[in-house]
Design a protein. Sequence first.
Length: 319
Amino acid sequence: MSAQTQSISRQEAWVMAARPQTLPAAAAPVFVGTGVAIHDGVFAPLPALAALIGAALIQIGTNFANDYYDAIKGADTADREGFTRVTADGLIDPAKVKRAMYLTFAIAVLVGTTLVWIGGIPILIVGILSVASGIAYTGGPYPLGYHGLGDVFVFVFFGLIAVTGTYYVQAATFTAGVFPLGIPAGTVSLTAIVASVPIAALSTNILVVNNVRDRDEDVTTGKQTLAVRYGYTFARAEFVTLLVIAYAVPIWFLFQPAYTLTAGLPLVTLPVALSTARSICTETAGNVLNPTLERVGKLLAGYALLFSIGLAIDTLPVI
C-alpha cells in the first residue's frame, strides 16, 4: 500500500470500488428507453424507476467484480495507470469486496422481481444473463474481458438490451398481462432498437479508452483485449467508427415523420466527441487518457439526456 492510498478512509475506498463515475453508463439507456416510451405514449414511471435502480446496481456489482477478479488474477499491477483499485491496493480485504459484489447483485435481482412480474420470461432471461455476464466479464473460467469480448458485452448489455428492455417493461405495462411468457406485440419497437445503438456505441467507447490506456500493462498480464490483440490503430479506428455510428442515429430520426427536429439535440455534443477522438487517436499515457475517460462518460450522459428529451419533447404539452 502506497503512502497515497494509506490516507484513504474505508468509506472513500468503498466509493472508489463502486466507481460512481461509471453510473452514466447505467442511467443513459434508461433515459433513452424512457424517452422513446414517452413519445409512444407508453411511459410507466414505476417500471422506469425500477429499471434505473436495477441498472445502477448491476453496474456497481460489475465494478466490484472487476475490482476483485482483476486483483486475484494479477491483472492490476503496480504499473497500472488507471484509477485506484481497492483490492489490488490493499484498501479492502478481497473477501469483503467479493461479498459486496454478491450482495449488490442480490439486491438487483430483488428489484428486478417487480420487472419480471410485468415483463415475464423475457425480462427474467435478460436479468439472469445481465448478472451472469457482470460476473463473467472478469470472473469465471472464461472471463469475457480477458478474451476480447468485453466490447461486445458492453455494446449488447449496456446498449441494445438496456434501452430496448427499458422500453419493453414500460410498454408491457399497458399491453401485456401479468408475467407474459413471450414478447407481447407492440412492446419492442424499431425506434427503441435504433435508439439503443448510439448508447451502445458510446458506452463501448468508454471501454475502448480504458483498453488503450491499459494496453501495455494488459500485454504483460495476459489480458487479451481488442487493443492488445490488434493494436492501437485498430482500437482507435473502433473508437472513431462507434462515434460515427452514434452521431448518424439522430440524423436517421430526423428523417422519420413521427419525430421533430428535437431528435437531433444530441448533435450539439459533437464538439466534445471530436475532442475525445483527438485524445484517443494521439495519446496512450494515463495522465491524458484518464481525463479523456471521464469526458467520454460525461459525453454519454449528456448525449443520452439530450436524446431522451429530444425523443420525448414533441409529445409534451407546450406551456
